[in-house]
Design a protein around this ligand. Sequence first.
Ligand code: CO
Length: 508
Amino acid sequence: MQSFQLGEHASTVPITPYNTQEWQKGYRSLNQEYDYWIDEVEGQIPPELSGTLFRNGPGLLDINGQRIQHPFDGDGMVCAIAIKDGRAHFRNRFVRTEGYVAEQKAGRILYRGVFGTQKSGGWLANAFDTKIKNIANTQILYWGGKLLALWEAAEPHRLDPRTLETLGQEYFDGALQPGAPFAAHPWIDPASQFDGGAPCLVNFSIKAGLSFTINIYELDLAGKIVRQHNHPVPGFAFIHDFAITPNYCIFFQNPVAFNPVPFLMGTRSPGECIKFQPDKPTRVIVIPRDAASRPKPIILETQSGFVFHHANAYEQDGEIVMDSICYENLPSVESGADYRETDFNALTPGQLWRFRINLETKAIERQLIEPRCCEFPFIHPALAGRKHRYIYVGAAHTLEGNAPLQAILKVDVESGDRQIWSDAPNGYVGEPVFVPRAASESGLYTKVEGDEDDGWLFTMVYDSEHDRTDVVILDAKDLEKGAIARLHLKHHVPYGLHGSFTPHYFES
Ligand code: CO
């Protein structure tokens, strides 16, 4: 595989491959809920591809014209693209959270958001109102016969996988308390040693306070919480994601300080009270999954940086190898600033780093794998916690600097080779979801069959020229031959967060 050929658009891409006004158009609410067969398809949907792609993200960027301060505060809207026999069906539905229903009825903002959204009425209306809306907007995943919309600060919502109708909040038979957090970044361990080699789902939650507690949850194939343990850790935590190996859960505690006073006083949202501490190290918290025999977390330190997402981790020769997207700095969420006016050049890019964590010597070495601005890493799902060769990630069109994601990059961490597919100047991409060619009988991807990159990549691309979103399918073995299918939706879908693919075909 040879590097950095940009395929069909190469000759037409200007020096600055994006346009901020065009990019901004992807941040508009989609109020309508659709249900249709996708008729406009360029290329061919592979006939052997069968299943459902679920995507989650903020669907509303305003409530009846009142602007939401940050997309992370937008109500969760789930898209389902069901694929079979070379055809695809599209559906989108808002998660009927308590807050969504109440605000739609009232026609105005009723809740404060984590990232800056305030009720109108100034600080007096917001003071001491710490009730935050569960917006269910971050991840969507099918596990144990349940389709779950996740948001890290509160309980999951359960949806009907065929109609996307909201069925209610999910408490896993009472194992989760009402209002209890449940993170939006679970991993499926393809062969859990604690379950006789069966797959299990591993997730966490953070309970914040002056110190914080990490809760680990492990769920069996029936969707039942079968293992749970809690670990108090000193300091303030802003932890969005983690990684697993067969023996450990690994967290990066970013060096941030939190001052809750402006939030309690009603002048700022919690997100605006967080300040990055560049002079402080990042703490790496390693929690043994076998809590009965090894109850204590191992805490180490590494150079400063900010991490939202980890690509994967695995154990090798007494070390944990971990690949993560790191930012040199986390810009503070400025009160009243308009996220649509982002000056990309003023921010540091996310870059892919490899960490080697030695649990014996407590030393951590880090090495830059990919300097190109990138975010939303994805690997073959059967390799969660196991040694991977390929990482797929959303990336900037150009090698240097910070820019919106317009390309999908495939990084071969063994050979150092790269492949890239870029949709600049008009395309703005989301997370690439890797779909292996072969699923196991259980409907999960628990084994690598054939080559690790034998499968497809799905990404949602906002096409600013036609003001609509496309579902793009790439051949993961060869990104540079261009999209093998481009499914044109009839409308745009606001920029999303995370998604997953299940080989179950859900179309009612
Ligand atoms: Co995330």
